[in-house]
Design a binder for this molecule. Structure first.
Ligand code: GLY
Length: 436
């Protein structure tokens, strides 16, 4: 198997599905259109819900994309583990009432195993199906020729895909065995284990239901296919590296951080957390900015502000003084502009927005961190474990510390914040402003 780069893999996937009659579409914006259920696009299928539901005519009934996605659900773990991230790219081939299980399964196998395409060793791949999906099981067994003992049946937790409300359905995943060295060593370790050995690379969702978000399902007018394949995960397998932070495009960012900070990766566990966190966050920040989101105290703008300021703080932890985020954003742009021409087109704008926000925060971050350290001392002295809402508000209002950032910094040291008190202080301020 060749060691394809991320940009090559993206292109390979899209051109493979073009040979199967799909229309290649550019990634949709990270800002959902006409979808109040989402703050940010979080999967390849999300911008195409009306096509799945048959409410809107798609440009073609077979489409493929590489979609920019952001998920912030695991934000606390980012940097701490080697596998969590907020930003990722999702490869997808979609059928809107066109082909269904037979073709979707056959093509996923062909793309992953054919030497003309990715050429993974078939012996290392294990499909799974939804527990009662005999049809998918039979396709894997009878048509693709996978021995029965290598096909797994899993329940709703693993093999039924849904994200909030909207189109959903049972799915068939493909796991790649990365070898014993990535295993947890438990006697129960096997396909479906939580550890890093069996990595899910492909998810074929047989989208045939609509969920109201409360586990009530209705049959859709048509049967659809929705593939979700994380490009970064595929690259981990193909490039045979330990984590997503080691694949070519991410490593370039990681290296740039190390160069700016004058540190080396994998020499100090705490520093590694900061390096990984900044590597991840700067990607989200760059792509969100390119889609026209600007830092603010609400909604998407708040997510952007939080990620950017978090990255800035971790820069401080690495000993970086002064502005550095735009330099990293430039690396993100250079690494990804092949797949996302809008990055190059808007480069100047992106760097300006990031610089302005970082400058704003830089003016107060050192002072804010010093004040917060004093507040921590006070807590220790008073024997309290919780920072008052008023103090959290002061850090927010005067020093630009998003409340989540204050919470995180304190939690690292075993303290918490009075969130209710903070909300009250916010209300008082809003009321005062209204009265004025
Ligand atoms: N929409 C399929 C997935 O995210 O896996």
């Amino acid at each position: 198997m060749e060691k394809y780069g991320v940009n090559q893999l993206r292109e390979m996937f899209l051109s493979f599905f073009e040979t199967k009659g799909h229309l290649r579409l550019p990634s949709f914006s990270l800002i959902p259109q006409n979808d109040a259920s989402l703050l940010l696009i979080n999967s390849g299928m999300a911008p195409m819900k009306p096509y799945f539901k048959g409410e809107q005519e798609p440009p073609r009934h077979r489409v493929c994309t590489c979609q920019k996605c952001i998920r912030t659900g695991d934000i606390e773990n980012i940097g701490k583990t080697a596998r969590h991230g907020t930003y990722f790219e999702m490869l997808g081939n979609f059928s809107f009432g066109d082909y269904f299980k037979h073709e979707a399964i056959a093509w996923s196998w062909e793309f992953l195993t054919s030497p003309e395409w990715v050429g993974l060793e078939a012996d290392r791949l294990y499909p799974s199906v939804y527990e009662s999906d005999d049809e998918a099981w039979n396709i894997w067994h009878d048509e693709i020729g996978i021995p029965a003992e290598k096909i797994f049946r899993f329940g709703k937790e693993d093999n039924f895909w849904e994200h909030g409300s909207g189109p959903c359905g049972p799915c068939s995943e493909i796991y790649y065995d990365r070898g014993e060295k990535y295993g947890c060593g438990k006697p129960t370790c096997g396909v479906g284990c939580d550890c890093d050995r069996f990595m899910e690379v492909w998810n074929n969702v047989f989208t045939q239901f609509e969920s109201d978000g409360h586990h009530n399902y209705t049959e859709l007018k048509q049967k659809n296919i929705d593939t979700g394949m994380g490009l970064e995960r595929l690259a981990v397998v193909v490039q045979n590296v330990d984590t997503v932070f080691d694949i070519d495009t991410m490593k370039a960012i990681r290296d740039k951080i190390c160069e700016i900070a004058g540190v080396e990766y994998e020499t100090d566990a705490d520093k590694d957390v900061s390096i990984r966190l900044i590597t991840d966050h700067i990607r989200s920040v760059t792509f969100m900015t390119s889609d026209g989101i600007i830092p603010s105290n609400e909604g998407r703008g708040y997510v952007l502000r939080r990620l950017l300021r978090r990255a800035a703080r971790h820069g401080r932890l690495l000993g970086i003084e002064g502005l550095f985020l735009a330099k990293l954003a430039k690396t993100v742009i250079d690494e990804s502009k092949d797949g996302y021409p809008e990055l190059a087109e808007k480069e100047e704008y992106i760097l300006k927005v990031i610089t302005t926000e970082e400058e704003k925060f830089n003016k107060t971050i050192d002072q804010g961190l010093a004040i917060l350290a004093d507040m921590e001392d006070e807590l220790v002295k008073s024997g309290s474990k919780t920072l008052s809402g008023e103090n959290v508000f002061k850090l927010y209002d005067t020093y630009g510390f998003p409340v989540d950032l204050t919470t995180e910094i304190l939690e690292e040291k075993g303290f918490s914040v009075d969130e209710e008190g903070f909300k009250k202080a916010m209300e008082v301020q809003k009321q005062t402003a209204r009265n004025a």
